[in-house]
Write a protein that binds this ligand. Structure first.
Ligand SMILES: [Mg+2]
Length: 188
């Protein structure tokens, strides 16, 4: 399975104004290519902080307004492992963290990450108190897990094990302040 497929399924299964906070680099470009929407928050800097930003949005938003989805990567989660512990501590029921694990820092030349040696980030999430945490190896399994997470009454982590394949897509050329303002307006 490719990351692009995971992103496509995520967007298709969500409502048009459900927030998606997306990891820096190729994931942002792919999300933008799949569907640009005001409720997409493309990170243009700060590798590792997508899950922290998602946690903040989830804690600050009324639970009745639906789920907040984070699309992060193995490299991003490894850079900020403490974020899983913080999510486990506060347990916002409206947060779904999708971790795309391609065992590499894909945006900087596919250098291998620690998950290459068998480290299971969904197990770390579970041990951090996020009990609704699972790993999937196919797009069918991902969609089933995602639909389950959408109706869960607790935070969810879905680790999607993907290959490193990526389609050629354009950069996100929208200025940061515009992204911020339209995101805030969309999720209000
Ligand atoms: Mg990666």
């Amino acid at each position: 399975m490719r990351r692009y497929d995971v992103i496509q399924s995520t967007v298709r299964l969500l409502g048009p104004s459900d927030p998606i906070i997306c990891n820096i680099g190729d994931p942002c470009m792919e999300l933008h290519d799949v569907r640009d929407r005001a409720a997409n928050f493309y990170m243009l800097g700060s590798l590792g902080l997508a899950s922290s930003i998602g946690l903040g949005v989830a804690l600050g938003r009324e639970k009745t307004k639906g789920k907040i989805v984070v699309i992060d990567g193995d490299g991003g989660v490894l850079m900020n492992l403490g974020s899983l512990a913080t999510i486990g501590r506060y347990c916002p029921e409206n947060l779904i963290v999708v971790i795309v694990d391609n065992q590499s820092y894909g945006s900087t030349g596919n250098q291998s990450t620690a998950t290459t040696s068998g480290i299971d980030l969904s197990a770390i999430a579970r041990d951090s108190g996020i009990t609704h945490s699972t790993g999937v190896n196919s797009i069918k399994a991902f969609e089933e897990a995602f639909q389950e997470a959408l109706t869960a009454t607790e935070p969810a982590v879905i680790l999607a094990r993907t290959n490193i394949e990526k389609p050629k897509v354009a950069r996100v050329e929208i200025p940061g302040p515009v992204l911020r303002d339209r995101f805030m307006e969309a999720i209000r």
